[in-house]
Design a protein around this ligand. Sequence first.
Ligand SMILES: *[C@@H]1O[C@H](CO)[C@@H](O)[C@H](O)[C@H]1NC(C)=O
Ligand SMILES: *[C@@H]1O[C@H](CO)[C@@H](O)[C@H](O)[C@H]1NC(C)=O
Ligand SMILES: *[C@@H]1O[C@H](CO)[C@@H](O)[C@H](O)[C@H]1NC(C)=O
Ligand SMILES: *[C@@H]1O[C@H](CO)[C@@H](O)[C@H](O)[C@H]1NC(C)=O
Ligand SMILES: *[C@@H]1O[C@H](CO)[C@@H](O)[C@H](O)[C@H]1NC(C)=O
Ligand SMILES: *[C@@H]1O[C@H](CO)[C@@H](O)[C@H](O)[C@H]1NC(C)=O
Ligand SMILES: *[C@@H]1O[C@H](CO)[C@@H](O)[C@H](O)[C@H]1NC(C)=O
Ligand SMILES: *[C@@H]1O[C@H](CO)[C@@H](O)[C@H](O)[C@H]1NC(C)=O
Ligand SMILES: CC(=O)N[C@H]1CO[C@H](CO)[C@@H](O)[C@@H]1O
Length: 446
Amino acid sequence: MRFPLCLFNFVIAHILFSVFCPSTAENKFVTEVNPSCQSLCNNGTLLVYSRLQRSADSLHVFVTVGEGLGDVAISYAQFDDPKQVASVSWPDIFSANSTDKASALSFSNPKAKLMSKFTFAFTNLIEYSDKNDKVEIPTNPVNTTHVYPFSSFLWRLEQAPEILSNGLTQFVLSAYSMMETMAPEVDPATYSVDNAGDEQLAEIFKKNGSSLKLKVQLSPTVGRADDLPQLQFTSNNTQVEFQLKDLFSSVPDARFGVETVLLDGTPDADGMQREQKIEYVLNIDDEFTPGVFRMSNWLSPDSCYAQWKPVCYKAEKRTISNSTVVKHTDLVQLSVGLTEALNNSFAYPLYGGDLLQLTGARAINVTFGIPKDKFYAATNYTVWTVSVGLGQPPADAVSTLVIIVILCGLGLPFLLMSAAVIYLCVRRCRQPAPDGAVSAYQPINA
Ligand SMILES: *[C@@H]1O[C@H](CO)[C@@H](O)[C@H](O)[C@H]1NC(C)=O
Ligand SMILES: *[C@@H]1O[C@H](CO)[C@@H](O)[C@H](O)[C@H]1NC(C)=O
Ligand SMILES: *[C@@H]1O[C@H](CO)[C@@H](O)[C@H](O)[C@H]1NC(C)=O
Ligand SMILES: *[C@@H]1O[C@H](CO)[C@@H](O)[C@H](O)[C@H]1NC(C)=O
Ligand SMILES: *[C@@H]1O[C@H](CO)[C@@H](O)[C@H](O)[C@H]1NC(C)=O
Ligand SMILES: *[C@@H]1O[C@H](CO)[C@@H](O)[C@H](O)[C@H]1NC(C)=O
Ligand SMILES: *[C@@H]1O[C@H](CO)[C@@H](O)[C@H](O)[C@H]1NC(C)=O
Ligand SMILES: *[C@@H]1O[C@H](CO)[C@@H](O)[C@H](O)[C@H]1NC(C)=O
Ligand SMILES: CC(=O)N[C@H]1CO[C@H](CO)[C@@H](O)[C@@H]1O
């Protein structure tokens, strides 16, 4: 009766497995939008709070933007208490009193140990005229460079958080076009900065169908995104696809750039701020991102990171031929303007109102494209994926397939050569010494 016994074993194993290795299905991010905000939050305020309960800790991820929350920020807090839950005091978020605002975020168990926290922010969208076709953002301020704080746009949740079949939690934030809020009598053809009143910053949304979107994805398990550049997920990171579609510019040689900031709140063992750096990791294997052999890791060592491949896509169909280069400027310290902007963001309550302690914080500008690619208007589309997370960034391993290919490439010729050498040796040894020639080795018993 082998079969029933086997079945019995299977059932026992299954029970044991489900007792000792609880199904990952329960281990998903729990996500809420503007938790208990009700009437205070109008359409312009977005706080998406995702919480992951793990066996020994809990992760709290806040994606925030809009009125009271400032620029787009992705903030992490990790506690040693799996049951920890955050709560937001909305009157304090909207308060003009900075003391109140600083205390707007609290947690259910105040005694739990905060293991780490950080904020990654998208602070400014930069539109610039690239007259010399060098891609870089001109350093000396020129009147053809426009800097749009992300907080100046109107935001909505284009796609509410949902858990996809592969366990990913996904939602989409979208900065919306003035068209939707403009009075119907305004003719889009004559729409201009001058008649847009206070909302003039939205001129880039003048074209019908224009959008600036951030698709946010979190995964409770280790995995890989389906879409190029197929960055790796761990439960400790969040992926953001930053998409610029059909944005308007008054100049034909316009490009767009984005300014980002990494705030790390976890001092190292000496209580010092960590020194941030950007490292490049080369890999001979481009299996997941065809044509791209480099990874850029912006590190606050051991504490947190932002990771991306230096590639973005110029069309919705992401192929090698539609890809282009992503470049960034050197890390710089935060300007007064940036500190002020972050004071108005969710980082302020996350750090209890003390951003000045974050002397290690750095910012970069990111640009898209290469010279002679006919600027942003060549396709009027750019999508760039960046992943931010706690601890060490995931590293791409060289896949088994590539190892086999390399082994065949190097090993086969080596084997053939060795075989040839052995064959020649064997043949020579077996050959009788030619007549008259005295062998160097005389038989001992000759
Ligand atoms: C801000 O609020 C705190 C208490 O929440 C109060 O002590 C302080 O006086 C207020 N500051 C201002 C400028 O109103
Ligand atoms: C920018 O400045 C230059 C010279 O300072 C001027 O000629 C040009 O008209 C200005 N452009 C705009 C769009 O204001
Ligand atoms: C914008 O485009 C959509 C279809 O793409 C169309 O239905 C709508 O009328 C257009 N709106 C304006 C203001 O042109
Ligand atoms: C995520 O972070 C936790 C706690 O810091 C760590 O134990 C775990 O190994 C990390 N997971 C990955 C995939 O990096
Ligand atoms: C995107 O790539 C596809 C296939 O490689 C190509 O047919 C298409 O024209 C490309 N689109 C753009 C806008 O370059
Ligand atoms: C940011 O907030 C801190 C604390 O409230 C304050 O000391 C600092 O001056 C602010 N910085 C700017 C640039 O507004
Ligand atoms: C990014 O570029 C803008 C426009 O030139 C500039 O104002 C800003 O300081 C730059 N930011 C960084 C981090 O270099
Ligand atoms: C992109 O938009 C500009 C106007 O803003 C237009 O002139 C250009 O033809 C567009 N490019 C494509 C590929 O549609
Ligand atoms: C979340 C939220 O408040 N959404 C509202 C935004 O505004 C539209 C129209 O004014 C409402 O229909 C939504 O419910």
